[in-house]
Design a protein around this ligand. Structure first.
Ligand SMILES: Cc1cc2nc3c(=O)[nH]c(=O)nc-3n(C[C@H](O)[C@H](O)[C@H](O)COP(=O)(O)OP(=O)(O)OC[C@H]3O[C@@H](n4cnc5c(N)ncnc54)[C@H](O)[C@@H]3O)c2cc1C
Ligand SMILES: *[C@@H]1O[C@H](CO)[C@@H](O)[C@H](O)[C@H]1NC(C)=O
Ligand SMILES: *[C@@H]1O[C@H](CO)[C@@H](O)[C@H](O)[C@H]1NC(C)=O
Ligand SMILES: *[C@@H]1O[C@H](CO)[C@@H](O)[C@H](O)[C@H]1NC(C)=O
Ligand SMILES: *[C@@H]1O[C@H](CO)[C@@H](O)[C@H](O)[C@H]1NC(C)=O
Ligand SMILES: *[C@@H]1O[C@H](CO)[C@@H](O)[C@H](O)[C@H]1NC(C)=O
Ligand SMILES: *[C@@H]1O[C@H](CO)[C@@H](O)[C@H](O)[C@H]1NC(C)=O
Ligand SMILES: *[C@@H]1O[C@H](CO)[C@@H](O)[C@H](O)[C@H]1NC(C)=O
Ligand SMILES: *[C@@H]1O[C@H](CO)[C@@H](O)[C@H](O)[C@H]1NC(C)=O
Ligand SMILES: *[C@@H]1O[C@H](CO)[C@@H](O)[C@H](O)[C@H]1NC(C)=O
Length: 570
């Protein structure tokens, strides 16, 4: 696309949103002034796949063949998507779901022309403007701009959020991906605090794969999650942050020592156990996009140690699934207390668990019944010692990285230890698992709750359900790039009913992980934060007195009417 057409489209675009948003009141001169005060880091955002389309907002333009080929080739690659402000991992959030309008390719055939032929690319839910954040002052400028113009803000880091909280229609986007500093501290002392810790500081844009490699180079282990490209300092850390070593070493919120953040009142603050302690507590579970824009955070790291790994598979049949689920359900409380974490896999059927506490012999004994089951059911069970976290991550996670680029949502529920401890509870779980398998296929179950971690009560704001749960039961339906509003709604209604009638019914007093909740969770305040919600709301109002930040079902959420691209279920 030539520069002239680009500018023409930009002005056309501004005129189309003029009637419907606060952006209409912002003059060209004001945008230029904003750009100047952020050192030229203000950019116009266009849909990720626009280069493949010959129409944008119903206006013809030339296809950019070269750019399109790169997008097609890497359409399902998280590493490619993370470099673009306009790309999400779950692509429905690039679109406007309520009108099914967007600019998507078919992720099952990105080279196919059916998606682009005769279709006009639409801006969807993507902010027309964003700031590529470089300095704390860029954020202060953005808050001031929003206060003066009423233009809403949105914050995007890696774009992994399952509830689309990186997007808000007609907002000014703040992109933290390029905050890439990383440093190692043999003896980190949080400002104004005593005590020293082995720690790593990461800029908001640093990803797990970066921090895992960096920690390993420093003979340390960073305790984080399963996907390479999630940010270690963004929504993951603020919403909870689980990983397969969390049963022993705690959640992301348990391990963060200090956070540097610009709050919406314009202040650059340091939050830790000794200053801005209310904010520190709120940031340890209250969620991203709510209390300010995080610049960097510092996390406790562990010494590199060997870990035991089990990779067990089997061949499911009509007759062996009940025994399999019984072994898992019967033994999970014991496995939890021994420090095992991992995931129960749907493909290939089996489990991958890790343990940083047991010896190889103890690990083998702990898994004896499951290993015997595998051998009798055309399966395998390999238990081995890996030298540290990074080799495990490289062999078991990087190798099987899930493709992204299709529309997908989740619904999940934390399953309390108590269910696993009574005969009746175990029987209900097994019945549920058989039923869920028949209805929706074998489940994928992360086993990542901090069940064997020595938690200091009151230090974090995640729902206390995290502290006494063992499993997270979930379902993650997908739909097609070109599904209609009615088809999308039907998928979302079915998921909502499943989560409400089946998962929540199993554990009504439990909660859910806010980063992996169901979009239409009926009582999200209780599900995500339990008794902590009122206090979180007070902290939100203290640091964001003008309500400049708002996101879907976040603390202080102002309601669905402010988010017109989420469709209504009924
Ligand atoms: C494939 C996949 C695997 C996953 N695996 C795990 C896992 O193993 N463990 C786990 O706990 N979770 C996992 N998640 C969920 C993940 O934790 C959330 O998607 C999380 O929100 C991602 O945070 P982010 O900052 O990288 O992403 P984003 O989607 O960019 O941001 C998430 C939220 O945080 C806000 N935010 C981001 N950066 C900042 C900032 N600097 N300041 C303030 N607010 C900010 C955004 O506004 C948004 O609300 C997974 C998700 C996917 C898609
Ligand atoms: C902001 O300024 C930079 C540098 O001058 C320029 O490259 C960029 O296009 C400008 N952004 C907008 C939205 O005009
Ligand atoms: C593009 O044209 C279609 C069909 O005429 C119309 O429904 C849609 O609103 C138009 N979109 C824009 C952005 O003008
Ligand atoms: C995109 O995909 C092509 C082909 O697979 C690859 O050669 C290229 O390096 C990728 N580009 C980026 C930026 O990842
Ligand atoms: C699981 O435990 C129940 C008792 O709660 C027992 O009846 C059942 O045989 C056990 N299942 C297996 C496979 O060990
Ligand atoms: C045994 O398992 C292998 C894969 O591990 C599978 O291909 C094969 O079909 C299985 N055989 C039976 C009899 O289930
Ligand atoms: C786990 O075991 C299965 C079955 O032997 C094998 O196919 C798979 O590659 C193993 N996974 C890893 C990451 O080694
Ligand atoms: C089993 O699944 C059916 C739907 O196929 C559902 O109606 C029923 O409530 C489920 N039962 C349990 C115990 O979850
Ligand atoms: C819940 O399950 C989903 C889907 O399998 C997974 O992505 C997520 O990490 C899980 N959450 C927790 C809290 O374990
Ligand atoms: C969606 O696209 C596929 C092919 O890409 C096509 O077969 C199907 O008919 C389309 N569905 C709708 C609702 O347009």
């Amino acid at each position: 696309m030539t520069r002239a057409i680009g500018l023409f489209l930009a002005s056309l675009f501004l005129s189309t949103i003029a009637s419907s948003s606060k952006m209409s009141g912002v003059t060209e001169a004001r945008w230029h002034a904003l750009n100047a005060s952020v050192n030229g880091r203000l950019h116009i955002a266009k849909p990720f796949a626009l280069p493949c389309f010959s129409r944008y907002d119903n206006v013809s333009l030339a296809v950019d063949e070269q750019a399109c080929r790169a997008i097609q080739a890497n359409y399902t690659s998280p590493a490619f998507r993370i470099e673009s402000f306009s790309a999400n991992m779950m692509v429905e959030y690039e679109t406007c779901m309520s009108t099914a309008s967007g600019c998507l390719l078919d992720s099952t055939d990105p080279q196919g022309t059916l998606a682009t032929d005769g279709t006009s690319c639409d801006q969807g839910d993507i902010s027309p403007y964003y700031i590529d954040i470089g300095l704390a002052s860029d954020i202060q400028t953005a808050f001031q701009f929003s206060k003066e113009t009423d233009v809403p803000l949105s914050i995007k880091n890696s774009g992994h959020d399952y509830l689309g909280r990186t997007r808000r229609r007609d907002s000014l986007g703040l992109w933290t991906h390029n905050l890439q500093e990383i440093s190692y501290h043999p003896q980190f002392v949080p400002e104004q605090c005593g005590g020293s810790h082995r720690a790593i500081t990461v800029g908001a844009g640093v990803t797990f794969e970066q921090v895992y490699a960096f920690a390993d180079e420093n003979d340390a282990m960073f305790i984080g999650g399963y996907a390479q490209t999630i940010g270690a300092s963004g929504g993951w850390m603020m919403g909870g942050g689980h990983g397969v070593l969390s049963p022993s070493f705690g959640l992301g919120v348990d391990r963060v020592l200090e956070i540097k953040i610009v709050t919406p009142d314009g202040m650059l603050r340091t939050a830790n156990a000794c200053q801005n302690t209310d904010l520190f507590w709120a940031l340890r579970g209250g969620g991203g996009g709510t209390f300010g824009v995080v610049i960097e955070s510092t996390h406790l790291v562990e010494q590199r140690i060997p870990i035991q790994v089990i990779n067990m598979t089997f061949t499911p049949t009509d007759t062996n699934l009940q025994e399999y689920f019984e072994i898992l359900v019967n033994t999970s409380a014991q496995w939890g207390s021994e420090g095992w974490g991992g995931h129960i896999n749907h493909s290939p059927p089996g489990i991958i668990y890790v343990n940083p506490r047991l010896s190889l012999d103890e690990a083998t004994a702990s898994m004896a019944q499951l290993t015997a089951f595998a051998k009798l059911n055309n399966g395998t069970s390999v238990i081995e010692t890996l030298p540290s976290w990074l080799p495990f991550f490289t062999q078991f996670i990087v190798e099987v990285e899930a493709p992204v680029g299709s529309p997908k949502v989740l619904g999940s529920r934390l399953m309390p230890l108590a269910l696993f401890e009574s005969v009746e509870g175990r029987s209900r779980l097994v019945t549920h698992l058989l039923n869920q398998t028949a209805e929706r296929g074998l489940p994928y179950i992360p086993v990542t709750t901090p069940i064997a971690f020595n938690y200091t009560p009151g230090t974090t704001s995640v729902t206390p359900a995290w502290r006494n749960s063992l499993w997270n039961l979930s379902n993650g339906p997908v739909w097609a790039y070109n599904s209609s509003v009615a088809e999308i709604r039907a998928t979302l209604v079915s998921l909502h009913d499943f989560v409400h009638d089946q998962l929540t019914a199993l554990a009504p007093d439990s909660g859910a992980y806010m980063n992996e909740g169901e979009i239409y969770e009926s009582n999200h305040e209780f599900a995500y934060w339990g008794p902590n919600y009122e206090r979180l709301l007070a902290v939100k109002n203290k640091y964001d007195p003008d309500g400049l930040l708002d996101c879907w079902k976040c603390v202080g959420w102002k309601g669905a009417t402010h988010f017109p691209c989420y469709l209504t279920l009924a």
